[in-house]
Design a protein around this ligand. Sequence first.
Ligand SMILES: Cc1cc2nc3c(=O)[nH]c(=O)nc-3n(C[C@H](O)[C@H](O)[C@H](O)COP(=O)(O)OP(=O)(O)OC[C@H]3O[C@@H](n4cnc5c(N)ncnc54)[C@H](O)[C@@H]3O)c2cc1C
Length: 401
Amino acid sequence: MDCDIAIVGAGPAGLALARSLADTSLHIVLLERQSCEQLADPVFDGRDIALTYLSRRLLCQLGAWEHIAPAEIAPLQCARVLDGDSFRTLDFGDARTDAEPLGWLIANRLIRKALYKVTAPLDRVALRCGVAVERVVADADGVHLALADGTTLRARLLVGADTRFSTTRRHMGIGATMKDFGRVAIVCRMQHALPHEHTAWECFHYGRTLAILPMPGDASSIVITVPADQAPDILAMEGEEFAQDVACRFGYRLGDMRLVSERIAYPLVAVHADRFVAQRFALIGDAAVGMHPVTAHGFNLGLSGVDLLAGEIRSQWQRGADIASATVLARYQSRHRLATLPLFHGTNGIVSLFTDDRLPARLARKAVLNLSERLPPVRWAIRHKLVSRDHVGGSLLTLLP
Ligand SMILES: Cc1cc2nc3c(=O)[nH]c(=O)nc-3n(C[C@H](O)[C@H](O)[C@H](O)COP(=O)(O)OP(=O)(O)OC[C@H]3O[C@@H](n4cnc5c(N)ncnc54)[C@H](O)[C@@H]3O)c2cc1C
């Protein structure tokens, strides 16, 4: 056997799994199609990640949190939801009175960079960059990989962490439920004249949604969600015209705004794999569950799945048992599916409701917002869930009612 575990994809999920198992003697090979230089210093990708308490704890345990400069971490104190043309907002948290934030916002590239820093130097982790997997064959003893560079690799366990459109998942014959929203998220960074007071806004304007997430300084992460056919025109707008448009749609709540990054478009497709495991194989991260970003779930769920799988593998290793036994993999699958399936379908349902501009949907979401607003216990429960340190509870899904 060439290694104990081969992980395809050295994104945040793949790196976190390799780092999680650093306290074992397991040999791990990470296979990544990007170059090592790209991994070591990832470029801006427009994703700013809202992290839960559980994710912060896990990143601290992995030693990654300390590699992110405090000045790059933005606490999220308050979240406000605005529906259609209404001036009323549904608020969670209070920037002035709540001592504890709801979560933290950090640029995805900094999370990737920190995880790379704590994983790449590990003796028992070998990073093979610029490679692609061509063929996978699993049997009772192990998994055989044929790589595009003509080499082969044998591992006891193969883990797919290669994005929501995972080719490893396909190689293993695992299908997935895919929900194409027919929409595109355009993301960028903007600076503004007025302070954001650590408040996130989710504005469900008719025809498009606008999320404004507080980043360090007087800057925010902007996520505009529009039907796919409108995206090219928005991307083609001059910077000033674009900034003026965003500021105007946001009612100048942050004063004048200025575009300070490129705009990046992500087609919105949510994915839930039909199975998370197969013979000597497991899926993690977006390859298992790729969420719609509006609920800020993806990486949070990915990290909690990594923690579950690493825990199962570690306890098998401690007992000198097979780290890829069917029982162990089935246990990971059932726990992670239990946590992710309701959130996946719940998020998709909420997204559909909040982006449907027909009258019944408009009325339904006004009713949902009214109910949440009128029942303080509902909002209390949502806040409590947000700051939970537990596995299933800690999720920013609840930023939406
Ligand atoms: C606009 C936007 C905003 C988001 N906001 C949030 C948020 O607020 N909170 C949150 O929790 N999540 C958020 N997410 C989701 C989060 O970014 C993802 O869940 C997370 O990046 C998934 O990590 P991953 O490692 O599974 O996959 P990726 O980040 O997709 O990494 C996969 C890696 O695999 C490599 N790879 C791909 N194919 C192959 C192959 N065939 N062979 C070898 N390597 C391969 C890729 O190069 C990459 O390095 C957001 C996503 C988007 C798009």
